[in-house]
Design a protein around this ligand. Structure first.
Ligand code: ADP
Ligand code: TYD
Length: 208
Protein backbone atom coordinates (compact mmCIF):
# COMPACT_ATOMS: atom_id res chain seq x y z
CA UNK A 1 0.00 0.00 0.00
CA UNK A 2 1.34 3.47 -0.79
CA UNK A 3 1.92 5.63 2.27
CA UNK A 4 1.80 9.34 1.59
CA UNK A 5 1.32 10.13 5.31
CA UNK A 6 3.86 10.10 8.13
CA UNK A 7 3.82 7.60 10.99
CA UNK A 8 5.47 8.95 14.16
CA UNK A 9 5.73 6.94 17.36
CA UNK A 10 6.74 8.16 20.82
CA UNK A 11 8.66 5.81 23.07
CA UNK A 12 10.30 5.93 26.47
CA UNK A 13 9.94 4.70 30.01
CA UNK A 14 6.83 5.48 32.07
CA UNK A 15 6.69 9.13 33.07
CA UNK A 16 9.19 10.29 30.43
CA UNK A 17 6.66 12.72 28.98
CA UNK A 18 5.55 10.83 25.86
CA UNK A 19 1.85 11.59 26.19
CA UNK A 20 2.49 15.25 26.97
CA UNK A 21 4.76 15.63 23.94
CA UNK A 22 2.51 13.61 21.61
CA UNK A 23 -0.42 15.87 22.49
CA UNK A 24 1.60 19.05 21.98
CA UNK A 25 2.97 17.86 18.65
CA UNK A 26 -0.53 16.98 17.44
CA UNK A 27 -1.82 20.43 18.42
CA UNK A 28 1.10 22.18 16.69
CA UNK A 29 0.65 20.21 13.46
CA UNK A 30 -3.12 20.82 13.44
CA UNK A 31 -2.43 24.55 13.91
CA UNK A 32 -0.12 24.34 10.90
CA UNK A 33 -2.98 22.90 8.83
CA UNK A 34 -2.02 19.22 8.85
CA UNK A 35 -4.49 16.38 9.25
CA UNK A 36 -3.43 14.47 12.35
CA UNK A 37 -4.52 11.30 14.11
CA UNK A 38 -3.31 11.21 17.72
CA UNK A 39 -3.52 7.70 19.09
CA UNK A 40 -1.94 5.36 21.61
CA UNK A 41 -1.10 1.77 22.40
CA UNK A 42 -2.21 -0.52 23.79
CA UNK A 43 -5.53 0.68 22.39
CA UNK A 44 -6.32 3.30 19.77
CA UNK A 45 -9.32 1.52 18.23
CA UNK A 46 -12.50 0.34 19.98
CA UNK A 47 -11.47 -3.33 19.90
CA UNK A 48 -7.91 -2.60 20.96
CA UNK A 49 -9.15 -0.44 23.85
CA UNK A 50 -11.08 -3.47 25.12
CA UNK A 51 -7.90 -5.52 24.94
CA UNK A 52 -6.07 -2.66 26.74
CA UNK A 53 -8.32 -3.10 29.75
CA UNK A 54 -7.50 -6.83 29.82
CA UNK A 55 -3.79 -6.02 29.68
CA UNK A 56 -3.47 -3.17 32.13
CA UNK A 57 -5.92 -4.06 34.87
CA UNK A 58 -5.69 -6.89 37.35
CA UNK A 59 -2.91 -8.84 38.99
CA UNK A 60 0.66 -8.73 37.66
CA UNK A 61 0.57 -12.50 37.01
CA UNK A 62 -2.80 -12.39 35.26
CA UNK A 63 -1.27 -13.51 31.93
CA UNK A 64 1.73 -15.63 31.01
CA UNK A 65 4.39 -13.66 29.10
CA UNK A 66 3.40 -15.45 25.87
CA UNK A 67 -0.31 -14.73 26.28
CA UNK A 68 0.46 -11.11 27.11
CA UNK A 69 2.52 -10.79 23.92
CA UNK A 70 -0.33 -12.23 21.87
CA UNK A 71 -2.78 -9.76 23.42
CA UNK A 72 -0.52 -6.76 22.69
CA UNK A 73 -0.08 -8.00 19.13
CA UNK A 74 -3.82 -8.60 18.67
CA UNK A 75 -4.56 -5.09 19.90
CA UNK A 76 -1.91 -3.66 17.54
CA UNK A 77 -3.26 -5.56 14.54
CA UNK A 78 -6.75 -4.12 15.08
CA UNK A 79 -5.33 -0.63 15.62
CA UNK A 80 -3.21 -0.78 12.44
CA UNK A 81 -6.04 -2.20 10.31
CA UNK A 82 -8.72 0.18 11.46
CA UNK A 83 -6.96 3.41 12.37
CA UNK A 84 -3.30 3.69 11.36
CA UNK A 85 -3.31 2.29 7.81
CA UNK A 86 -6.43 4.18 6.67
CA UNK A 87 -5.07 7.47 8.05
CA UNK A 88 -1.67 6.99 6.38
CA UNK A 89 -3.34 6.07 3.10
CA UNK A 90 -5.29 9.34 3.34
CA UNK A 91 -2.01 11.26 3.72
CA UNK A 92 -2.48 12.09 7.39
CA UNK A 93 0.14 12.30 10.12
CA UNK A 94 -0.31 9.50 12.66
CA UNK A 95 1.15 10.21 16.10
CA UNK A 96 1.17 7.09 18.24
CA UNK A 97 1.99 7.09 21.96
CA UNK A 98 3.99 3.80 22.07
CA UNK A 99 4.16 1.16 19.32
CA UNK A 100 6.11 -2.05 18.73
CA UNK A 101 9.32 -0.78 20.35
CA UNK A 102 7.46 -0.84 23.68
CA UNK A 103 6.70 -4.51 23.09
CA UNK A 104 10.35 -5.16 22.23
CA UNK A 105 11.30 -3.63 25.58
CA UNK A 106 8.49 -4.48 28.00
CA UNK A 107 7.78 -8.00 26.75
CA UNK A 108 11.12 -8.73 25.08
CA UNK A 109 13.43 -7.76 27.91
CA UNK A 110 12.18 -10.36 30.36
CA UNK A 111 13.69 -13.33 28.49
CA UNK A 112 16.00 -13.37 25.50
CA UNK A 113 13.83 -15.84 23.58
CA UNK A 114 10.83 -13.55 24.00
CA UNK A 115 12.50 -10.74 22.04
CA UNK A 116 12.86 -13.23 19.18
CA UNK A 117 9.15 -14.07 19.49
CA UNK A 118 8.21 -10.36 19.54
CA UNK A 119 10.06 -9.78 16.26
CA UNK A 120 8.69 -12.92 14.60
CA UNK A 121 5.11 -12.13 15.57
CA UNK A 122 5.57 -8.53 14.46
CA UNK A 123 6.89 -9.61 11.05
CA UNK A 124 4.04 -12.09 10.69
CA UNK A 125 1.08 -10.01 11.87
CA UNK A 126 2.01 -6.31 11.72
CA UNK A 127 4.85 -5.91 9.27
CA UNK A 128 5.49 -2.22 9.60
CA UNK A 129 7.69 0.10 11.62
CA UNK A 130 7.02 3.80 12.21
CA UNK A 131 8.68 6.26 9.79
CA UNK A 132 10.02 8.18 12.78
CA UNK A 133 10.34 7.15 16.42
CA UNK A 134 10.90 9.87 19.00
CA UNK A 135 12.55 8.38 22.07
CA UNK A 136 12.05 10.65 25.07
CA UNK A 137 15.05 9.72 27.20
CA UNK A 138 14.94 10.46 30.91
CA UNK A 139 16.66 9.41 34.13
CA UNK A 140 14.68 6.55 35.72
CA UNK A 141 14.18 8.27 39.09
CA UNK A 142 12.76 11.37 37.38
CA UNK A 143 10.40 9.29 35.22
CA UNK A 144 9.29 7.14 38.12
CA UNK A 145 8.58 10.22 40.25
CA UNK A 146 6.45 11.75 37.51
CA UNK A 147 4.60 8.48 36.80
CA UNK A 148 3.80 7.86 40.45
CA UNK A 149 2.57 11.44 40.92
CA UNK A 150 -0.05 10.66 38.29
CA UNK A 151 -2.98 8.58 39.50
CA UNK A 152 -5.10 5.99 37.69
CA UNK A 153 -6.38 2.43 37.82
CA UNK A 154 -4.07 0.98 35.14
CA UNK A 155 -1.37 -0.13 37.49
CA UNK A 156 -0.22 -3.50 36.10
CA UNK A 157 2.93 -2.08 34.50
CA UNK A 158 3.58 0.84 36.79
CA UNK A 159 4.65 -1.00 39.91
CA UNK A 160 8.13 -1.22 38.32
CA UNK A 161 10.98 -0.21 40.56
CA UNK A 162 13.91 1.98 39.63
CA UNK A 163 16.12 -1.00 38.69
CA UNK A 164 13.70 -2.16 36.04
CA UNK A 165 13.23 1.41 34.78
CA UNK A 166 17.03 1.59 34.44
CA UNK A 167 17.10 -1.59 32.34
CA UNK A 168 14.20 -0.34 30.22
CA UNK A 169 15.94 2.96 29.56
CA UNK A 170 19.10 1.13 28.47
CA UNK A 171 16.95 -1.16 26.32
CA UNK A 172 15.32 1.78 24.54
CA UNK A 173 18.72 3.40 23.91
CA UNK A 174 19.97 0.10 22.46
CA UNK A 175 16.92 -0.05 20.17
CA UNK A 176 17.70 3.49 19.02
CA UNK A 177 21.07 2.16 17.83
CA UNK A 178 19.61 -1.01 16.32
CA UNK A 179 17.08 1.02 14.30
CA UNK A 180 19.15 4.20 14.03
CA UNK A 181 17.68 5.56 10.74
CA UNK A 182 14.18 5.98 12.16
CA UNK A 183 15.06 6.96 15.75
CA UNK A 184 15.55 10.42 17.25
CA UNK A 185 16.64 10.49 20.90
CA UNK A 186 15.49 13.59 22.77
CA UNK A 187 16.49 14.55 26.31
CA UNK A 188 13.23 14.54 28.29
CA UNK A 189 14.80 15.83 31.50
CA UNK A 190 14.20 19.46 30.55
CA UNK A 191 11.09 21.63 30.76
CA UNK A 192 8.09 20.76 28.58
CA UNK A 193 8.57 23.71 26.18
CA UNK A 194 12.21 22.96 25.48
CA UNK A 195 11.51 19.28 24.81
CA UNK A 196 8.56 20.24 22.58
CA UNK A 197 10.75 22.56 20.50
CA UNK A 198 13.21 19.70 19.85
CA UNK A 199 10.36 17.35 18.95
CA UNK A 200 8.88 19.90 16.54
CA UNK A 201 12.22 20.41 14.79
CA UNK A 202 12.75 16.66 14.43
CA UNK A 203 9.27 16.01 13.04
CA UNK A 204 9.38 19.01 10.68
CA UNK A 205 12.51 17.58 9.12
CA UNK A 206 10.74 14.25 8.51
CA UNK A 207 7.45 15.61 7.10
CA UNK A 208 6.81 14.89 3.42
P1 ADP B 1 4.35 9.30 29.79
O1 ADP B 1 3.26 9.37 28.77
O2 ADP B 1 5.70 9.16 29.17
O3 ADP B 1 4.12 8.30 30.86
P2 ADP B 1 3.35 11.90 30.65
O4 ADP B 1 3.41 12.77 29.44
O5 ADP B 1 2.02 11.35 31.05
O6 ADP B 1 4.42 10.72 30.53
O7 ADP B 1 4.00 12.72 31.86
C1 ADP B 1 4.01 12.20 33.19
C2 ADP B 1 3.79 13.36 34.17
O8 ADP B 1 4.91 14.25 34.12
C3 ADP B 1 2.57 14.19 33.85
O9 ADP B 1 1.99 14.58 35.06
C4 ADP B 1 3.14 15.39 33.09
O10 ADP B 1 2.36 16.54 33.27
C5 ADP B 1 4.51 15.55 33.70
N1 ADP B 1 5.53 16.01 32.72
C6 ADP B 1 5.65 15.64 31.42
N2 ADP B 1 6.72 16.23 30.85
C7 ADP B 1 7.32 16.97 31.80
C8 ADP B 1 8.50 17.81 31.82
N3 ADP B 1 9.28 17.98 30.73
N4 ADP B 1 8.81 18.39 32.98
C9 ADP B 1 8.05 18.21 34.09
N5 ADP B 1 6.93 17.44 34.13
C10 ADP B 1 6.56 16.82 33.02
P1 TYD C 1 0.69 3.74 28.85
O1 TYD C 1 -0.48 3.99 29.73
O2 TYD C 1 0.71 4.36 27.52
O3 TYD C 1 2.03 4.10 29.62
P2 TYD C 1 2.56 5.44 30.27
O4 TYD C 1 2.56 5.15 31.73
O5 TYD C 1 3.95 5.59 29.71
O6 TYD C 1 1.66 6.57 29.89
O7 TYD C 1 0.92 2.19 28.65
C1 TYD C 1 0.64 1.32 29.67
C2 TYD C 1 1.72 0.29 29.90
O8 TYD C 1 1.74 -0.70 28.87
C3 TYD C 1 3.12 0.83 30.02
O9 TYD C 1 3.62 0.54 31.31
C4 TYD C 1 3.91 0.06 29.00
C5 TYD C 1 3.05 -1.14 28.70
N1 TYD C 1 3.21 -1.67 27.33
C6 TYD C 1 3.78 -2.92 27.15
O10 TYD C 1 4.16 -3.58 28.12
N2 TYD C 1 3.89 -3.43 25.89
C7 TYD C 1 3.46 -2.74 24.78
O11 TYD C 1 3.58 -3.23 23.64
C8 TYD C 1 2.87 -1.43 24.99
C9 TYD C 1 2.38 -0.65 23.81
C10 TYD C 1 2.75 -0.94 26.28
Amino acid sequence: MSRPGLFVSFEGIDGSGKSTQARRLAAALIDAGRKVVLTREPGGSPGAEEIRALLLEGATDRWSPETELLLFTAARRDHVERVIDPALAAGEVVICDRFVDSTRIYQGLGRADLRVLVDRLHALMIGREPDLTVLIDIAPDLGLGRALARSGGEARFESFGEDLQTRMRAGFLALAEEFAPRFAVIDGGRDIETVAADVARTVDAALP
